[in-house]
Design a protein around this ligand. Structure first.
Ligand code: NDP
Length: 344
């Protein structure tokens, strides 16, 4: 069967496409330009997946009404990952448009032109669940991050820089569920949502112009371990929950395959971490994979309090991904550094 993957050239989507192809699916990858598509066909062509397995479509502007009308035709499922990602946003309203309109737009296209579509998976985020607690807090899919939405509503351009992206994930996911509710009698597909927290692990996407062009979460790993001068040491105290990109890609494929995923919001996570953990993990690697940039020590020995924990019952029960099957931080850090070393 054939799966449409939007934002197919992105960090997470490249691994989704790879996992789908390796499992025997045909993939239609939607990208914003021909040149981005070229990288995809070359990368997967080298791995033996020709044009019979992977086709690329260009959707230049996902905010245009009907942008995905052609792309959804003839596919059995859709993985919608395309959305702007930035840790700091100056103009939240503008920033949000492709996130929200892209999400509602692809659902509308699937409603009108996706007669063969059976399931749509939306890549939402832990950002649509987690607040920034001051006390240790256990979150689950029951929780919604409305804090960032309120920050934007009340403070507009003076909202916290991080609220723009975080609110865009809450608002676009809510819009998706509302769309399904509003059209439940006319749609022949169901929706499953994956909520990943911070994603680490090797990048296989095209990175034009060096590390500053890495996707946001892989840039964090790079800045924490390799480019230590770019951030203050206190930044290493930042803690949240995380997952390896390869496990996240598998979760997106399992969410297509497991009947019970339909209608569910599924948080995925390998557990809590702080950025100093990335540094400590790098220091523990033998041999160290990036000898051109020996690891520094960061701020070792501070007392850790992981404020955020995320329940993963659905990840285990619905997707069958148990803690012991997930990649460890050692694998994520080692393989990320090896990837950097390979790129020079
Ligand atoms: P990337 O930046 O690598 O990928 C983002 C993808 O979305 C790219 O294909 C990009 O296309 C596309 N995109 C961005 N802005 C637009 C736009 N305005 N119009 C159309 N397409 C656009 O990031 P990730 O792979 O990390 O993110 C993928 C998804 O996963 C996003 O929805 C993100 O919110 C979500 N996510 C990511 C997490 C992480 O830690 N990485 C954590 C939780 C959720 P182009 O290359 O042309 O810009």
């Amino acid at each position: 069967s054939k799966v449409l993957v939007t934002g197919a050239n992105g960090y997470i989507a490249m691994w989704i496409v790879r996992t789908l192809l390796e499992q025997g699916y045909c993939v239609r990858g939607a990208v914003r330009s021909e040149s981005k598509g070229k990288y995809l066909t070359e990368y997967f062509g080298k791995r033996g997946f020709g044009s019979d397995k992977l086709e690329v479509v260009v959707v230049e502007d996902i905010t245009k009404p009907g942008a995905f009308d052609e792309a959804v035709k003839g596919v059995d499922a859709i993985e919608h990952t395309a959305a702007p990602v930035a840790s700091e946003v100056a103009n939240p309203q503008e920033f949000m448009k492709p996130a929200v309109q892209g999400t509602v737009g692809i659902l509308q296209s699937a409603l009108e032109h996706g007669s063969s579509v059976k399931r749509i998976i939306l890549t939402s985020s832990g950002a649509a669940i987690l607040a920034r607690p001051s006390e240790p807090t256990l979150y689950s899919e029951e929780d919604w991050n409305d804090e960032s939405v309120q920050d934007i509503e009340q403070n507009g351009a003076n909202a916290k820089p991080e609220s723009g992206y975080r609110a865009s994930k809450t608002i676009s996911e809510r819009a998706a569920w509302k769309f399904v509710e509003d059209h439940k009698s006319n749609i022949n597909w169901d929706l499953a949502v994956i909520n990943p927290p911070v994603v680490f692990g090797p990048c296989i996407q095209e990175v034009v112009g060096g590390p500053t062009s890495l996707n946001v979460s892989q840039r964090w790993l790079y800045d924490a371990i390799v480019d230590t001068a770019s951030k203050s040491k206190e930044w290493l105290y930042y803690s949240s929950v995380w997952i390896d990109v390869r496990d996240l890609a598998l979760a997106h494929v399992l969410a297509l395959q497991k009947e019970a995923a339909g209608g569910e919001r599924i948080a995925v996570s390998a557990g809590p971490f702080d950025l100093q953990d990335l540094v400590d993990t790098a220091n523990s690697l033998e041999p160290y994979p990036l000898p051109s940039h020996p690891p520094h020590k960061g701020i070792p020995g501070f007392e850790k309090t992981y404020l955020i924990r995320l329940k993963t019952d659905k990840q285990e029960k619905i997707l069958g991904m148990t803690g012991s099957s997930l990649r460890t931080m050692e694998e994520a850090v080692r393989d990320s550094l090896m990837e950097f070393a390979g790129r020079g």
